[in-house]
Ligand binder design. Structure first.
Ligand SMILES: [Mg+2]
Length: 229
């Protein structure tokens, strides 16, 4: 099972070259367990959407990664019908007869968006699903800067990057290479003090993280150590 070539993604990458801030998330967490969904909701984020592979499940997996079960339950209890999965495999034209989308809906108990365009394109398909919710009140959570974060930032959503993937085992080799490159670029942008503009809804980002806020990437910490040596 795989994904077809994402031409829209490649084209969008050129937009990011012109405006690298588009790939910077508003918040970085280690994984979904770090998100305080109750606080996020109280802060004014009334809807939430997730990437699937290596954010909620193993690559191409159809079940929640077991250590994330509690966090996933908290999320669903908080957001009820305002939580949705936007995958670049399930629910796309690659997913014959919506086979994967249906299996995930039954297993993860949330709607999987059926969409034609792959992230980072197609944000309007998600906005249509949330039918009138202001984009600034939507959080998008995912593990990939050039797809998930750009997708959310393009529409003005609050973007949350999950830094620690579930596993690289079984992942698309190209996705692994690009994700590592993204982490290096994010570390570089951080060093250059290039920041994401503040989100329009004032959110205490510390309050919505259950643990201490994570650095942008583990590479940042390593480079910081080297820098101070
Ligand atoms: Mg992913």
């Amino acid at each position: 099972m795989g994904q077809s070539f994402n031409l829209q993604g490649v084209l969008q990458s050129f937009r990011v070259l012109a405006s690298p801030r588009l790939m910077i998330p508003n918040l970085v967490v280690r994984d979904v367990r770090d998100i305080n969904f109750e606080q996020l909701h109280k802060a004014g984020i009334t809807a939430i959407a997730f990437d699937k592979d290596n954010c909620l499940t193993r690559p191409y997996g159809l079940e929640i990664y077991p250590p994330f079960k509690d966090a996933w339950r908290r999320c669903r209890e908080t957001y009820k019908d305002r939580v949705v999965i936007v995958s670049n495999s399930a629910g796309t034209p690659d997913d014959r007869d919506d086979h994967q989308a249906k299996a995930i809906e039954s297993s993860l108990q949330v709607h999987v968006l059926r969409h034609q365009e792959k992230k980072p394109s197609g944000g309007e398909e998600l906005l249509k699903h949330f039918n009138g919710v202001d984009p600034t009140e939507i959080a998008f959570v995912g593990d990939r800067a050039l797809t998930d974060v750009v997708f959310g930032n393009n529409e003005g959503m609050l973007t949350i990057l999950t830094r620690d993937v579930v596993t690289e085992e079984g992942d698309n080799p190209m996705a692994i290479r690009i994700r590592r490159m993204e982490h290096r670029v994010l570390a570089l942008l951080d060093r250059l003090n290039i920041k994401r503009p503040p989100h329009p809804i004032p959110i205490d980002l510390h309050a919505v993280v259950l643990q201490a806020p994570a650095a942008v990437t583990s590479e940042i910490k390593e480079e910081a150590k080297e820098g101070s040596a």
